[in-house]
Structure formats: structure tokens, C-alpha cells
Design a protein. Structure first.
Length: 230
């Protein structure tokens, strides 16, 4: 996915992760963190050596696999930018983009750069969207049995491990099985990473379910039903 400089210049905020993946530090985008491609490859090698599960292959401070991440080098299609893009996709990040014009094109457009120190670390803040339930509230309500926990993963995923007393209606079956859900109960939807839960939330809201929210996060579930929001 390519990201244009004009758009990015208006979205340089804590809701986007900006990575300078060049091997040589220097003039850079405001708020960027220096993380050269070589360092990303070293991290990938460590993950492989330690047999790290996909949900734990993370950038420091970014466990949200749906976080918008933009990488850049001097040119948009430079080996460094493309290599970093591929590494991060391999870590299961779903919204990775490459700055189309690169730093050279950014400067040619007269956009602001910094010449001092880079940001000391990634300070990503997830942008909340309507209908999202906070992880702590999800955990509290689910464990207390005070809401219907709707698992919209496949039947195979559900059978491998699921939250205790969770109701399984796969996303592609949901519209035809709405009669199985109470319109008066609080419904908390989850999947594996939040993507399918978001689509299920939109469907239920459109069908008149008003007490429904969804977990926009990665959920790790053990075979005994215990779970952890990552």
C-alpha cells in the first residue's frame, strides 16, 4: 500500500506509526522513529529462533496488529522501504504503507522535516471508533457472565479454544441467524484481531441491535477458556 506525502503531512499524529528505515540517520519526517531495515531483519531472525507466535511478533509498544504503520526511505520504492514493508507484513501487521514519494519527494513538495533527534520511541495511541468496548470492560463483563459474548470466528477456530459460554456464530452465517440473539441483552463481539468483529458490529447495528459493542484487539484464548486481550 502506497501512502502519499500530502495525506501523511496531515496525519502526523500518535494514531500513526512513522518509521524511517534507512541505514543512515539524518533529516527526517516529524515524529519519525529510526528503525533501519537491518534492525527489523535482526528482530525477525530472533522471532524465528525463539519460535515466537505471530501475535507476539511486535514492534516495541505496538501490539495492535491493525495499527497504521508507514515506512519510508529516500525513495518510495527503494530496497529499504520495500524490505521493511515485507518484514512488517510478515509480522501480521495489516495496515502497513510505504511513503510513495520517499523523503526526497516529501522535501520536493516543501513539506516540513526535522534535522535534530528522532523520537525516542514509538508512542502509538489507538484511535477509538464507535462501538468499541475497552479491553478491561470486555474482560470484566465476559468473566462475570453479564453479557452475551459473541464469537464470530469460524467453527474450527471456536472448537480449538473459546471463551467460556461464548456463543459461536461465524461472520458469514450471522445475518441468517439473527434470531438466535436477544435484542435486549448486552452483546460483546470478538474474533481474533477485531476485523471480523467490526463487520459483525456494523451488521447487528443495521438490524436494530442497540446494546452491541465489539473488541477491536487481538484476543489470545487458551483451551480452558481463559483469555487475555493483547
Amino acid at each position: 500500500m502506497m501512502v502519499q506525502s500530502e495525506w501523511l503531512s496531515k496525519n502526523l499524529d500518535a494514531h500513526h506509526v512513522i518509521l524511517d528505515v534507512r541505514s543512515r540517520a539524518g533529516e527526517h519526517l516529524p515524529g519519525a522513529v529510526s528503525l533501519p531495515l537491518g534492525e527489523l531483519k535482526r528482530m525477525s531472525a530472533d522471532f524465528k529462533a525463539n519460535k515466537t507466535a505471530w501475535m507476539f511478533k511486535n514492534l516495541p509498544g505496538v501490539s495492535d496488529k491493525s495499527a497504521p504503520i508507514i515506512v519510508y526511505a529516500d525513495r518510495g520504492f527503494s530496497p529499504e522501504a520495500v524490505g521493511a514493508y515485507r518484514e512488517l507484513l510478515g509480522w501480521s501487521y495489516g495496515q502497513v504503507g510505504v511513503l510513495e514519494e520517499g523523503l526526497t519527494g516529501w522535501k520536493a513538495l516543501g513539506l516540513k522535516t526535522d534535522v535534530g533527534s528522532y523520537a525516542s520511541g514509538i508512542t502509538y495511541v489507538k484511535k477509538q471508533v464507535p462501538g468499541v468496548v475497552e479491553p478491561q470492560e470486555f474482560s470484566t463483563l465476559a468473566k462475570a457472565g453479564e453479557a452475551i459474548v459473541l464469537d464470530v470466528r469460524t467453527a474450527e477456530e471456536y472448537s480449538s479454544a473459546h471463551v467460556v459460554k461464548a456463543v459461536n456464530i461465524p461472520l458469514d452465517e450471522l445475518e441468517g441467524r439473527l434470531g438466535e440473539l436477544s435484542r435486549d441483552a448486552v452483546i460483546l463481539i470478538h474474533c481474533g484481531t477485531g476485523a471480523r468483529a467490526s463487520m459483525a458490529y456494523t451488521l447487528l447495528k443495521s438490524k436494530g441491535f442497540n446494546n452491541v459493542r465489539f473488541l477491536d484487539a487481538t484476543l489470545e484464548i487458551k483451551k480452558d477458556g481463559h483469555f487475555k486481550v493483547l
